[in-house]
Structure formats: C-alpha cells, structure tokens
Design a protein around this ligand. Sequence first.
Ligand code: PMP
Length: 393
Amino acid sequence: MELIREAAGALGLENPFFRPHEGIAGATTRIGNRELINYGSYNYLGLNGDARVMRAAQAAIDRHGVSASASRMVSGERPGHAALEQALAAHYGVEAALAFVSGHATNVTVLGHLMGPRDLILHDAAIHNSCTEGARLSGARRIAFAHNDWQAAEKELATARRAARRALIVIEGHYSMDGDIPDLPRFVEMARRHDAWLMVDEAHGMGVVGRTGHGIHEHWGVDAREVDIWMGTLSKTLSGCGGYIAGNADLIAWLKHSAPGFVYSVGMAPALAAAALEALAILQAEPERVARVQRNAALFLRLAKEAGLDTGTSAGLAIVPVIVGSSVGAARLSQALFEQGINVQPILYPAVPDSSARLRFFLSSEHSEAQIRSTIDAVQAAMAGARPAEIPG
Ligand code: PMP
C-alpha cells in the first residue's frame, strides 16, 4: 500500500484511501460536500442508518452507557450479549454462539488458539487476511489450495492428513475479493471423509447468500450443523462492529473460557450488540431486502458482462469486481469515476496480484436501477478512454 501511495503521488492521482465520509454511507455517500453513488460500503441491506437499528443502539446507550467497561468474564457482561448470541445460534440452527469485539480478531484468536504446531490448516488461497494471520499464529502447518478448487483441496488433504494430529479446512461462504461462492457440499463431504473440521467465514454471506439470506448453507440446502465452525462479522449486513463464532455448545463454552481475544478483551459495546440484534430481526422479517440486493447485483453483473468488462468469477450476489489488470490502472479508473460522482475502491497489490488489480463494487438493496445503469456506462466509458496497456507503470 505504501508503494501505491508513492506511485499515486508520482502520477498525480489522489490517495484513494482514508477519505472521510459524512452522514450515513448507503447507496449514496457524502465526501467533501459532494453526494456520490456509493459502492464502497458493505451496508448490504441498508440497515446501517435504519431508524429501528439506531433506536435499539440508543436505548442500549441510555441503559448501559457507551462501553462495557470490562472483559465479559469479569464485570463486562450485559444482557444484550447473550441475547445476540442466542439469536445468532438460532439463526443458524446450531447450539450456541459467541460474540467478539472484532471480526478480524475473531479469526486471529480462534484459529490461533484452536490449532497448534502438530495440526494442519488447509485454506483457500483467497481466504481473508484475518484467517491467514490466525493460521500463522497457531503454528500449524499451513497449505493454501487454488481458489475455490475443491479437487485441489482434496488432493492436498489426502496427502497431508496422515502426518497431522488434527486438520481444519477454512473457506469463505462468499469470497470478499471475487464475489464467488464455494461448493459447500463437496467441502462438507471431504472434511468428513478425511476426519477434518470445516470452518466457514460468512462475513459477506450473511444477508446476501441463500434465498432468505441465511448464507451458503441455505444456498446449497446443507444443514448448518454439518459445518463445525461458523464465523461471521457484525460489521456488514448486521450494521454493528464485532465478530462471532457459532457451532456446538462444547466449542463455544471452551472459547468463552479460554480464547485470548475473548477473555482478555473488553466486552462488545452494548449499543453494537443491540444494533446487530435488531438488524438480525429485520433481516429475518424482511426477506425482500435480500431479494433486492441479489436482484441489483445480478443486474450489475449482467450489464457489466454485456459491456465487455472482466468480472472474474463473481456470482452476482452483492460483490462484483471489475478486473483492470494493473494496480495503477485500477487507481486511475477509481479516480476517474470519483470525479464523475461514483465512489468505488480500487483493490491493489498486495491485496491481490498486480495482474488482477480491480475495482470492487459492493451492491446493496438500496441501489436503484438508474444508478446501476449509469455506473456501468461510466465504467465502460472510462475504461475505453484509458486502456490499462496505455497506462505507464
Ligand atoms: N472475514 C472476511 C472474509 C472479511 O472480509 C473481513 C473484513 N472485511 C473480516 C473477516 C473481518 O471482519 P471485520 O471487518 O468486521 O473485523
């Protein structure tokens, strides 16, 4: 990123990162007194800013103040924590859940704590940084398999399983960079056959994947109890901040009493737990929001393909990349669109290989068809005006 900051300066581009937004970022956002169409926020169902979610958060502040003021194990437990965890467990149809103060920290501490040096962690090559950091911390043997290639995963597992005490496969339910989804039944079956655990990070799947937004298990018709560890964040569809693990009662009780990122960290702010609980209730009561985000993303994907844009392997559920092919090209395209009133973030090396640098569009239930059509027209025109091959660097 430092390289990009320097390169952007040399090319006369603005730094596309850390721009302050005013107001509530939804289908549009306000940056520097301009209202832009916004594809930079993972407010998938428009619930950040929903009056009911904000009222729930305000009521929790009135009752408890803004902080839990201690680790939950000591004096930080508030009624909203257990209420949220019970609702999350019921949403998946599993025994229990545990909420952590950060999604990133959830993966780091759970993977780092659960697995050890004699174990094996087999993960998708495109897995989120929080999972690779957790895997590193664990000291386990780590093997990355080619993105979304279950056959490659199985080959690696068959070879490496015997030497390992325990094995864990880690995948995402909806990949954050590519917007595609895994063949969950294949992974469930392979985990059982090779005596491995399966962990699915549903950060981007909740509220987006499956007919009613229950996630990748709903999409495939798989019983959620077939997956050993469900992980998710509260920062996306659920409009809060924090992470969670859902699974069987023994796993959750063990994490609750021993995972360092839970035991030695402050309890989630009561307002964030209350906001996420209310957002979850709205997700369940208003499945039309899920249908809208899926319809918007499918329209965006179809129009992008018709315009000849490279959208990679996106499933068109909420995340659609437009692959540009160089970090500098992606930064330039992002700036050209910004100047035309469209906020979309470039994803640059080292987050992805330079050759697959891209713009990443987060669609929401609140985008209009007119916004989507004008955006595709603008991307097509900007790319026609500055083909990556013509861009120096
Ligand atoms: N997992 C995935 C797949 C993510 O994309 C992210 C963040 N975008 C996280 C975990 C971490 O979640 P949070 O941002 O809520 O800390």
